[in-house]
Design a protein around this ligand. Structure first.
Ligand SMILES: [Zn+2]
Length: 112
């Protein structure tokens, strides 16, 4: 499921808030000594969930080439630094299998 960048962020904020409530409850109920040294954990966790949810839902994603651009997930290369992006749409599985079949067929006709 892909949403536009803005609505993905809105959904991610909600997911992050839920994650924060859950994480804070878990933290409070955990049998550890609560102090300012560990109290940041639920905040960091919620922030990570928010970032992760946003990245997963949004049609934009961070360029893997490290140029920092946010690019549409279906483009084949980054328009900023021209890093080629691995496309999940092109699954080499069936085609590779077909090529293998054809090679086997060729080998058989050559022999026969
Ligand atoms: Zn780039």
């Amino acid at each position: 499921m892909k949403l536009s960048d803005g609505s993905a962020r809105g959904v991610a904020v909600l997911v992050g808030i839920v994650a924060f409530v859950v994480a804070m409850n878990v933290y409070i109920l955990m049998p550890i000594q609560h102090s300012f040294r560990t109290a940041w954990a639920p905040y960091i966790l919620a922030w990570l969930v928010y970032r992760l949810a946003w990245a997963r839902l949004s049609v934009l994603r961070r360029c893997p080439g490290g140029c920092g651009a946010r690019i549409y997930y279906r483009v084949e290369s980054c328009p900023h630094c021209l890093t080629p992006l691995p496309s999940r749409e092109k699954d080499p599985g069936p085609k590779a299998f077909h090529d293998e079949l054809r090679a086997a067929e060729l080998a058989r006709t050559e022999r026969g």
